[in-house]
Design a protein around this ligand. Structure first.
Ligand SMILES: *[C@@H]1O[C@H](CO)[C@@H](O)[C@H](O)[C@H]1NC(C)=O
Ligand SMILES: *[C@@H]1O[C@H](CO)[C@@H](O)[C@H](O)[C@H]1NC(C)=O
Ligand SMILES: *[C@@H]1O[C@H](CO)[C@@H](O)[C@H](O)[C@H]1NC(C)=O
Length: 247
């Protein structure tokens, strides 16, 4: 009985009581390759998540160091001090990016539609201080936590819960790269031998067909030549009406 009260008090303390908290962002399904790289990750778009907001509401993605999550301030302006991508993990523990209106997140028409967002995909603005809401490559393996925040102007009107911590791949150390490299070359050897066997079979088949084809054509030529001759003879020795008369 104490826990809900405590949670309510905490929520009120953070000014979240009036802000509905919706389902947390999730990583895109693992059927899509490369959903986590060393500097990017792929999220499911927040489709059908923000339902009771006006059409011009802007949805932002907040990317945060988990340290910043417990007392995160939703009212800090996107791209403002403490929310600059270029200062992320330095003087800002969070940044906001991928802003778009709610119109771009309609409920998917087909369950198979690709409705994902790649976080960290924009390299061009990564060091451009004039673009503090850049969706730039993430500065390290993390972990990071993300949420979507809906703003009406600068006023937060809705938000999702925070995602689980997301840890990126780490670049391989030189030693493990060589192990990985040898693994690849073993795979390459297997593939190459399979391909060469297939190619040999194909080649043998082609040669066989060629020989058979030559045989067949030379065989048929010995038969067809006299035939052609007899036909020609037939045509030259008989009047054209005769075959028709025979039928
Ligand atoms: C961190 O911020 C300080 C002061 O703004 C700056 O001098 C330094 O270069 C920054 N470090 C990185 C890694 O951006
Ligand atoms: C996103 O926010 C930036 C900075 O506030 C703004 O310049 C840009 O037009 C916005 N883009 C969209 C699609 O709302
Ligand atoms: C959004 O902001 C406008 C102007 O600030 C206000 O009139 C409107 O009621 C707000 N809508 C919501 C859903 O808060």
């Amino acid at each position: 009985t104490m826990l809900p009260l405590l949670l309510l008090l905490l929520a009120t303390a953070h000014g979240l009581a009036s802000l509905p908290t919706l389902e947390a962002p999730v990583l895109a399904s693992s059927s899509l390759g490369g959903q986590i790289t060393t500097s990017t990750f792929v999220l499911e778009q927040p489709r059908c998540v923000f339902k009771n907001v006006q059409e011009d509401t802007v949805i932002w993605l907040v990317v945060a160091d988990p340290k910043a999550v417990p007392d995160f301030d939703n009212s800090v302006e996107p791209g403002g001090p403490g929310r600059e991508f270029q200062q992320f993990l330095n003087s800002s523990l969070a940044y906001m990016t991928l802003n778009t209106t709610i119109l771009n997140y309609p409920c998917p028409k087909n369950p198979g539609d690709i409705t994902v967002l790649r976080v960290g995909s924009e390299t061009s603005c990564a060091t451009d201080k004039a673009r503090p809401t850049c969706n730039g490559p993430l500065p390290g393996p993390g972990p990071y936590q993300v949420k979507f925040l809906a703003l009406n102007g600068s006023k937060p009107v809705a938000q999702t819960a925070w995602s689980k911590p997301i840890t990126l791949r780490t670049a391989q150390a030189p030693g493990s790269i060589s192990v990985l490299g040898s693994g690849h070359s073993a795979g390459m050897i297997a593939l190459t031998s399979i391909l060469s066997i297939l190619f040999a079979i194909l080649l043998a088949g082609l040669v066989a067909m060629l020989i058979w084809g030559l045989d067949a054509s030379s065989g048929s030529s010995t038969f067809s030549k006299p035939e052609a001759v007899t036909v020609r003879r037939y045509n030259t020795h008989h009047v054209y009406d005769q075959p028709a008369a025979r039928l």
